[in-house]
Design a binder for this molecule. Structure first.
Ligand code: UD1
Ligand code: UDP
Length: 382
């Protein structure tokens, strides 16, 4: 039996971790013990607890209750807490997801005391270091022992950074093993999509019809914190909704909810609030967002996870960023990068509204990435 210490903290990590916890419960219970540490980076009920209930993730064994703060303060506090737990629990490895400050804290705490790091969602790059996430993921990859990339592009990024495809066991952070293994989020979307509409009332509650609305999410720090960008994004949404009499549903991240009244031009803010076609709602649960994604006509987002889920459910996606780590979506034409450019967003909307057929090849594995990861971990972590 090996012991894995899983670090979660932000909403997408809690969701990603569900896939591995499910695989362990169903197939590897006798071989893997999982200890879950919640850093407390996200803490609102609808940013954290809702996912444990709905996705049947075991309750965290520890909660560091870190909360919000500057990058340094937040990350430092998590490193201290994670180190203490690592010393006490003595796991065989730490499991880290994605690219948040919780990921970075886990990578630093574990690697400094030589606990092997398993990085799930390794290799993704935006090649834009002004994104805090780009720094987090690069740092984490370069102290990892097993690196699981969900995409071929991610795997190739690792090769470009000097990782080798032909290292031999025993693996370590000086001799790491890299994989292209599919996406645990695809596992989750497949697993939960069948019951999403049946188990939620989000469509009915918000009076939404299949194909009759656009789903939008905005939370990326440069979009929320830079007034010029935030205004451009909301001018575009306001215009698309009004000119096309199209409903836009916007489950709003708390970061954006806090900054909207501060950074949006007051006149535009009033217009958005008064626009009957724009429905701003609190963050929704995972089953609810799947129901929204499956039934939307289009997705407009700056989220990494939502971009991909739009693709899983074969919906066109407008990406409100200057680049994406999920380059395949853009390459196959089902997503367009518009940045926070009002004109480009409107053009992309027009393009996708009249697009006859779009291409959604199977790029993210077979829905069993988590099982594969558990199998490989058992081979090489002891
Ligand atoms: C973080 C991640 C980002 C990820 C996102 C997922 C980092 C650097 N960023 O961004 O990569 O895409 O999570 O959602 O780790 N807040 C609340 N309640 C909460 C959580 C946050 O009100 O439960 C508010 C606070 O005002 C906080 C702000 O949101 O200051 C930002 O939270 P934080 O976790 O620092 O970053 P995110 O923008 O959520
Ligand atoms: N999500 C959710 N409810 C919401 C918005 C997003 O459950 O109201 C899910 C979404 O389906 C995806 C994950 O949260 O699986 C993405 O998280 P987020 O957009 O916060 O972060 P990112 O993926 O950009 O890091």
């Amino acid at each position: 039996m090996i012991k894995l210490l899983t670090i979660i903290g932000a909403r997408p990590q809690i969701i990603k971790a569900a896939a591995l916890s499910r695989a362990i419960k169903n197939k590897f219970q006798k071989a893997i013990q999982e200890v879950i540490v919640h850093t407390g980076q996200h803490y609102d009920e609808n940013m954290s607890q809702v996912f444990f209930d709905e996705l049947q993730i075991p309750s965290p064994d520890y909660n560091l209750n870190t909360g919000s703060g500057s990058h340094g303060k937040q990350t430092a506090s998590m490193i201290t807490g994670i180190e203490e737990i690592l010393l006490k629990e003595k796991p065989n490895a730490i499991v880290l997801y994605g690219d948040t400050n919780s990921t970075l804290a886990g990578a630093i705490a574990a690697s400094k005391i030589q606990v092997p790091v398993i990085h799930i969602e390794a290799g993704l790059r935006s090649y834009n270091k002004s994104m805090p996430e780009e720094i987090n993921r690069i740092m984490c990859d370069h102290v990892s022992t097993l690196l699981f990339s969900p995409t071929k592009a991610g795997y190739e990024n690792l090769l470009k950074e000097g990782f080798k495809s032909n290292n031999h066991a025993p693996y370590s952070f000086d001799n790491p093993k890299i994989y292209h293994c599919g996406d645990v989020m695809y596992d989750n979307s497949l697993h939960f999509s069948e019951v999403a509409e049946e188990k939620t009332t989000v469509l009915k509650h918000n009076n939404l019809k299949a194909g009759g609305f656009i789903l939008a999410t905005i939370h990326r720090n440069n979009n929320t914190d830079e007034p010029l960008r935030l205004n451009a994004l909301f001018r575009a949404l306001n215009a698309i909704a009004t000119e096309n009499k199209t409903k836009i549903v916007l489950p709003l991240h708390p970061r954006t909810a806090k900054l909207l009244p501060v950074n949006l031009d007051p006149e535009l803010y009033t217009q958005v609030q008064a626009n009957g076609y724009i429905q701003i709602i609190p963050p929704v649960s995972f089953l609810e967002i799947i129901a929204l994604e499956k039934n939307a006509s289009m997705v407009i987002t700056d989220s990494g996870g939502v971009q991909k889920e739009a693709f899983f459910f074969q919906k066109p996606c407008i990406i409100l960023r200057s680049e994406t780590e999920w380059v395949e979506l853009v390459e196959c034409g089902s997503a367009r990068i518009t940045d926070a450019d009002e004109i480009k967003i409107k053009e992309a909307y027009k393009h996708f509204s009249s697009a006859k057929s779009l291409n959604f090849p199977r790029l993210f594995g077979d829905g069993r990435a988590a099982e594969f990861i558990c199998g490989e971990v058992l081979k090489y972590i002891n």
